[in-house]
Design a protein around this ligand. Sequence first.
Ligand SMILES: O=P(O)(O)OC[C@H]1O[C@H](OP(=O)(O)OP(=O)(O)O)[C@H](O)[C@@H]1O
Ligand code: HPA
Length: 180
Amino acid sequence: MTASLEEALNNADLLFSREQLDIEISRMGREIDRTLAGERPVFLTVMHGALVFAGQLALSIRTDLEFDYVHATRYRGRTTGSDLHWLRRPEVPLQGRTVLLVDDILDEGHTLKAVRDACFGMGAKRVLLAVLCTKLHGRRAHGIEADFNGVDLPDRYVFGFGMDYNEQARNLPGIYALKD
Ligand SMILES: O=P(O)(O)OC[C@H]1O[C@H](OP(=O)(O)OP(=O)(O)O)[C@H](O)[C@@H]1O
Ligand code: HPA
């Protein structure tokens, strides 16, 4: 994949605008508040992709949160995933805690499954998944689904709102999909 961002945008559709995503993220915040009332969860952001979404989601949640982040990547600027590489593991002690794991996209699910397993391995009592978007296809890893989801996507490569196209486009204020 070597096309410039300009070429990619000429070959892409805008699926969700910033305004549409704002509405869905606010809704997610209310749902999370209802589920986590009375707790102080660890809000664990999966870098880099979740950066944009996580900031906005956090501001939509009224429950007090403790922040931490992990950095795990398996796409590394490409459009197909491979092995997961850990660049940073959680630092906050997770023993007995509820973790809200925040990521931009649930695609094949291997990333969030591995991060969730790592949280349980550190003693978390509950791990809930909040994702901006979920890609609809039949390739999801067994046993992984979002507890809180923004929008559903077709099975196309997407970028914008934190997600990259060749490490470009993360700060586009919407979700774009490459044409088939
Ligand atoms: O469900 P999966 O098929 O595992 O894919 C989803 C993961 O892939 C992307 O991360 P990526 O590896 O591209 O790193 P990035 O967050 O730095 O872009 C995205 O941010 C998710 O973490
Ligand atoms: O479609 C995608 N776009 C950007 N990053 C991703 N990580 C998994 N799937 C995708």
